[in-house]
Design a protein around this ligand. Structure first.
Ligand code: GLN
Length: 580
């Protein structure tokens, strides 16, 4: 097992995850099997209880693990399926060690950060890096480990110690360090000092760089690269620059051009791996497909999508939704023009407080070719989402409701089609007369962490739903699998009335009592899903639901459905689309 460790210096949030994913993708194009682990040195056990406005979205894995959004990047880039253990947090490791201590496993011993926490980290890495993550069912050849935060932070110290011990154990020749730094430009001058300091810091932590990846806004000068190599005592070939690209999917292209694969091959003796010709061929095919898909076509027409949500202050809050829209737009051969609107700005209260904001928000909604309402929790901004669903339904604008977005579409129909005054979800008003969305019986209101309906669950298309556009995009399947993360669901007591009013619940869970998909018939595309289909969208295999929505918004739904019928995409056992 070979390991590539990606850690960062200078500042956080400069795209370590993208560089790590790109390195993984390039290794895959050589026919290698790649897995990934993300280390987050915070105390939360998982990302389920973190606010999206602070940390970005909580990514949900097939097994229901609630984790850091970088795991989503790995799944999207590498076409793999990770498990909850692929995300390590300080809290998770301490929890494990403390449970053992209480059980008496260390009886008589003092339990310490070194060796008990550091051993637990290594054992975890060793175990998880061997779990098969693709259709081959085989152990991966390489594990990419991304260490969150910046080297030098107090909280990442135990992980760095553990990783140093781990490198010693597996051998230097099986361990490759990519150090990501930042090169700012001050008054037109490219500054290398932060990188020099960061590399000093890395070295004193024991993590000497095999490769320095410099993030920068624009391509940096040759002379700057030479200066960094010289002052950090590495070869020129070991310094690469990653400048801002039109799309992040082009990062593998520029890293490959700069020789990343050669440096990795040398550093990890990859030529010693005896790969079958079919694996090498598959890798080469993947590269061709990737190159072809991610190069932006300037002549493509734009498709104007408006996302109406409550966490719009931070783009990362809806990262997977954004990515899935990008994937779908690429398939539709359109340039995605995505605008976010804070749903609260669409409400009457904003009109009184700040009319400019209100009118600006509505102006954006009016200009949308398609409206998407993503997931969310609690009452703030929900009225604005309900009004968005109404606008889309009445004006026949394509609508995609994801989780909460489906629930608000149902609330809207209850109010305006069934005339159930004040209809809402129990989540927003537990005393309301018409609670058209209710708390799920198996949920827990006391314990918030990890107690939602989480992970991959099946949805059965009902008989007579053959007319459905969405179903056609799922290749006419009768059962589909998507990931979930919710506490509330459509109240079964209102389903009959809602169906009479024209809402078609065409997808249900195993029991038939839980509504999973709603679609309108006399509408270009109006779909709500209780699941989060955006989570399994891949660069080369867009989510059927998001694809349908973008295609309808761009006016090419029929063409995309015809293309889908002609294609063969197999669904694997867990229900995620089989990846390239
Ligand atoms: N708040 C809603 C629920 O818990 C929707 C959740 C979501 O959008 N992820 O059911």
């Amino acid at each position: 097992m070979r390991t590539v460790l990606v850690s960062g210096g200078v500042i956080s949030g400069i795209g370590k995850g993208i560089i790590a994913s790109s390195a993984g993708l390039l290794l895959k194009t050589k026919g290698l099997r790649v897995t990934a682990i993300k280390i987050d040195p915070y105390l939360n056990i998982d990302a389920g209880t973190l606010g999206p406005l602070e940390h970005g979205e909580c990514f949900v894995l097939a097994d229901g693990g609630e984790c850091d959004l970088d795991l989503g990047n790995y799944e999207r880039y590498l076409g793999i399926q990770l498990t909850r253990d692929s995300n390590i947090t300080t809290g998770k490791i301490y929890n494990l060690v403390l449970q053992k201590e209480r059980r008496g496993d260390y009886l008589g011993k003092t339990v310490q950060v070194v060796p008990h926490i550091t051993d637990a980290i290594q054992e975890h890495i060793e175990r998880v890096s061997k779990i098969p993550v693709d259709d081959s069912g085989e152990e991966p050849d390489i594990c990419i480990i991304e260490l969150g935060g910046t080297v030098g932070d107090i909280e990442s110290m135990p992980f760095i110690e553990a990783l140093n011990q781990y490198r010693h154990k597996v051998g230097k020749e099986n361990f490759f360090c990519i150090n990501v730094t930042y090169v700012p430009v001050i008054h037109g001058e490219e500054k290398t000092k932060p990188t020099q300091h960061a590399i000093k810091q890395f070295r004193s932590a024991g993590l000497a760089p095999d490769l320095i990846a410099c993030r920068c806004e624009h391509k940096i000068e040759e002379t700057t690269v030479q200066k960094i190599a010289r002052s950090c005592q590495v070869d020129y070939e070991q310094v690469m620059t990653v400048w801002d690209m039109d799309t992040i999917y082009q990062v593998p292209l520029i890293l490959r051009d700069q020789g990343l694969l050669e440096v990795l091959t040398r550093g990890l003796r990859l030529d010693k791996l005896d790969l079958s010709p079919s694996r090498t061929e598959k890798g080469a095919e993947l590269w061709e497909l990737w190159k072809d898909t991610v190069v932006p076509k300037q002549h493509w027409d734009p498709v104007h999508i408006v996302l109406v949500g409550k966490y719009t202050a931070l783009d990362d809050s809806y990262l997977s939704v954004r990515k899935s829209l990008e994937h779908a737009a690429m398939r539709c051969r359109r340039r995605l023009n995505l605008v976010s609107v804070d749903s609260e700005h669409l409400e009457e209260s904003t009109l009184h407080k700040d009319p400019t904001k209100y009118h600006r928000a509505w102006n954006a909604v009016c200009e949308a070719q398609g409206l998407v309402v993503p997931g969310g929790f609690s009452a703030r901004g929900v009225e604005g989402m309900i009004r968005t669903a109404q606008w889309a339904r009445e004006r026949k604008i394509p609508y995609l409701g994801l989780c909460l977005g489906m629930q608000v579409a149902v609330i809207e129909a209850a109010r305006n089609l069934c005339h159930l005054e004040g209809a809402t979800s129990e989540e927003f008003d537990a005393q309301a007369e018409h609670r058209v969305c209710v708390f799920m019986p198996e949920g827990s209101k006391e314990q918030l962490g990890g107690t939602m309906r989480l992970g991959t669950r099946p949805t059965h298309f009902v008989e007579g739903s053959e007319w459905s556009n969405l179903r056609a995009l799922y290749h006419g399947a009768s059962i589909v699998y998507e990931r979930h993360r919710h506490r509330y669901e459509v109240n079964p007591d209102y389903v009959e009335e809602l169906e009479k009013a024209g809402l078609n619940f065409i997808g249900k869970d195993d029991t038939g009592r839980r509504m999973e998909i709603v679609e309108l018939k006399d509408h270009p595309f109006f779909v709500g899903l209780q699941s989060h289909p955006e989570l399994t969208s891949r660069v080369l295999v867009p989510s059927p639901a998001v694809l349908g929505f973008v295609a309808a918004s761009a006016g090419c739904l029929k063409q995309i459905i015809d293309e889908t019928r002609a294609q063969q995409i197999v669904l694997n056992g867990s229900g995620d689309a089989t990846h390239f």
